[in-house]
Design a protein around this ligand. Structure first.
Ligand SMILES: [Ca+2]
Length: 303
């Protein structure tokens, strides 16, 4: 009787498939590793956008710029004509060669929150602790602004005081301006207005002013919600329009009482004009730049 033995499988039949499987696993891992590094390499050539700009600013979102190379060029948005860069440049683009944070900003004058800041509508839209008098009125022998503590609205300081200089407004040269015979009392409010502001937004408070007489030129201060900010010192040259600005951040505030207050207590002189008062948001876009002069290369031999 023939005995049939069960079939014996040689050891190499187990070992060989196991070796092949192990090699396939290792190859798969290395291919995956290669693809991962290749994808990582690819991302260095792309830009990622993150939105953190204030909603009031109609500008593009902040950017994270990650780039292979030794430099990159950053641009302002189309239509922005008055930018200032963190580097001090005022051009429409800058080329940077080091990693870091950069920004450009501009004052959005189209969102000026001041009413009648150019005084084109006359004595309206603001309040003052000074007394108003029409240009053809009189407080003494020199005309409407003979007395300290009075103001008028007119197209020429000479119209309000025979000793004041003759010059046009800042807006157009032919428009109206606020003309003041300065008070001798400290902290008297020359001009003030209550405005609505967006929270957590930076604003520029800007005025233009000129002396109406060369003696003891006006010294003023900005005031926001009762706090005096900055120093406004006029030149002694009559008709020399000067710009004064401060930057202010609203934080949680939604309203602000903004004003210009007297800081000159000399009676003689202290005669001046104001025009083109502006309170507008500052819109700023940030770039977080990372430059990689020697980017990592895909390496299929490493694990
Ligand atoms: Ca004006």
């Amino acid at each position: 009787m023939r005995v049939i033995f069960s079939k014996q499988v040689p050891l190499q039949f187990y070992v060989f498939p196991a070796l092949v499987a192990a090699m396939l696993l290792l190859l798969s891992y290395r291919i995956g590793n290669y693809i991962s590094k290749a994808q990582q390499y690819t991302t260095y050539t792309n830009h990622t956008h993150v939105t953190i700009a204030p909603s009031i600013c109609q500008i593009s979102a902040d950017e994270t710029v990650v780039k292979c190379g030794t430099s990159t060029t950053l641009n302002v948005d189309n239509g922005i004509t008055n930018p200032t860069w963190s580097t001090g440049a005022t051009s429409s683009s800058i080329t940077v060669t080091t990693s870091g944070q950069y920004w450009w900003q501009y004052v959005d004058t189209s969102r000026n929150t001041v009413t009648n800041g150019d005084f084109s509508n006359g004595n309206t839209g603001f309040t003052s602790q000074y007394n108003y008098i029409a240009p053809n009125g009189s407080t003494g022998s020199f005309g409407a602004l003979s007395a300290e503590g009075y103001y008028s609205i007119s197209t020429n300081p000479r119209n309000t005081h025979t000793q004041f200089s003759s010059f046009g407004d800042h807006t157009s040269g032919t428009g109206k301006m606020m003309i003041i015979n300065g008070s001798s009392q400290n902290n008297v409010t020359v001009w003030t207005q209550n405005i609505t502001v967006e929270p957590n937004t930076s604003y520029i408070f800007s005025i233009w002013g000129a002396s109406a007489h060369s003696s003891n030129p006006a010294k003023l201060a900005f005031s926001i919600n009762g706090t005096l900010l900055g120093t406004i010192q006029f030149s002694s040259t009559p008709g020399n329009w000067q710009n004064f600005t401060i930057e202010w951040t609203s934080n949680s505030s939604t309203v602000a009482s903004i004003g210009i207050v007297n800081q000159n207590t000399v009676t003689n002189g202290n005669d001046f004009t104001l025009d083109d008062i502006l309170f507008a948001p500052v819109c700023r876009k940030y770039f977080n730049v990372s430059l990689y002069p020697n980017p990592p290369k895909p390496d299929i031999t490493s694990s």
